[in-house]
Write a protein that binds this ligand. Structure first.
Ligand code: HEM
Length: 101
């Protein structure tokens, strides 16, 4: 019985940590440190995305992604993909948190 309780608590902690994972807060200064092709974060509409993988797989080429590493990419993203649902939904898979001022 005790073991079942321990396992339950471990699973609960794991699930709660997963829930909070995508809602971590990052400062713009901290995001700016992730500005290389091998470690590329960007802010789009207040949310923070780790788009390192996209620097290699983006269908529109790597340049547009590389241009927003460590920076706010909202204008570029919205300008190109603001009216497209696929890039917007796909970006959720890269979301790691929310940006603070
Ligand atoms: C998973 C998310 C994304 C998907 C699925 C996606 C998909 C695409 C596709 C298919 C194109 C080519 C469109 C065409 O040539 O007709 C494109 C172009 C482009 N994308 Fe993305 N994209 C994503 C994320 C982003 C992000 C994060 C940015 C920048 C913040 C961005 C900026 C651009 C720009 C500027 C172009 C035009 C490139 C050019 O014409 O030289 N995209 N994207």
């Amino acid at each position: 019985m005790t073991i079942i309780k321990i396992v339950f608590v471990i699973i609960l902690i794991y699930v709660v940590s997963l829930l909070f994972q995508k809602n971590r807060y990052y400062s713009a200064a901290y995001i700016a440190k992730h500005s290389t092709p091998g470690d590329c974060w960007t802010i789009v509409n207040g949310k923070v995305y780790n788009v390192t993988q996209l620097t290699k797989t983006h269908s529109g080429g790597p340049e547009s992604i590389l241009s927003v590493c460590g920076k706010d990419g909202s204008n570029i993203f919205n300008g190109r993909h603001g009216k497209e649902s696929f890039p917007q939904s796909e970006m959720e898979t890269f979301k790691i948190g929310v940006s603070t001022k």
